[in-house]
Design a binder for this molecule. Sequence first.
Ligand code: NAD
Length: 270
Amino acid sequence: MGEKVGIAVMGASGRMGRMLIDTVTESDRARLVAVTERPGHDWIGKDLGEALGRGRMGVPVMSDPLDAIVKAQAVIDFTSPEATVAHAELTAQARCVHVIGTTGLSEADIARLDAAARHATIVRAGNMSLGVNLLTRLARQVAAALDAEFDIEIVEKHHRHKVDAPSGTALMLGEAAAEGRGVPLADVADRGRDGITGARKEGAIGFSAVRGGDIVGEHDVIFAGPGERIVLSHIATDRAIFARGALRAALWGQGKAPGHYSMASVLGLG
Ligand code: NAD
């Protein structure tokens, strides 16, 4: 077996950050070389293991992302859009692999990631799980097979702490369905219904968001036609699926040319 790939995890104390720390430390192909938190966070300067309430791990929690990036061959980033865009400028300088799970990125943010991807190997997905990436393909195929008599609706459910809506995964599924229909999602997306909205627009792709409790993530793509309905569903019950996908992307990216890749490339889904 070759040498283990050095991984930096940004946003160590977050829900995904903690999951990523466990996934990387348990892997026999990767090792955790650095972690960060946002400036001012009370973990900064502490040993990661002690901050987590476990034994010493010998990995300090850093606030300067560059200090972490220069130690790593791959950076895994599930933080905030602002932090992720700033990190990408640094991973471009360091010419390393940058796996981005952060959602809620604007068009302008994505343009900045595209610019960084001239030098960094970026793998970005609104959902890093195998199941959702397969579902995305299926949604594209079903949308291509059905005409506009079938109304497409995407319903997503997440825990009460989620800050963006629709979820990155719902948007991925919407993009895939729009692609299957051969239309840009921006032209057909219907993202907020309230009050007297009028009848549904033909060809629209509707989004609804449920927020509550500790729901990890559930997505339905509904194709509602006259007299029948097709529902494609994915239910995540454990955040480990996202962390395992992210680590797989970090390992896959080693030695790949700079560029902005999707999880479909990592999973060989074309
Ligand atoms: P969270 O709020 O629990 O964690 C985010 C962490 O990032 C926090 O600890 C925060 O302090 C830290 N952070 C913020 N700014 C930072 C900075 N400048 N430097 C270092 N750390 C910083 O959120 P979460 O539930 O872990 O989700 C994080 C992101 O990942 C969200 O955008 C979420 O939608 C996304 N997500 C994506 C997938 C996927 O498969 N792509 C799966 C789950 C969550």
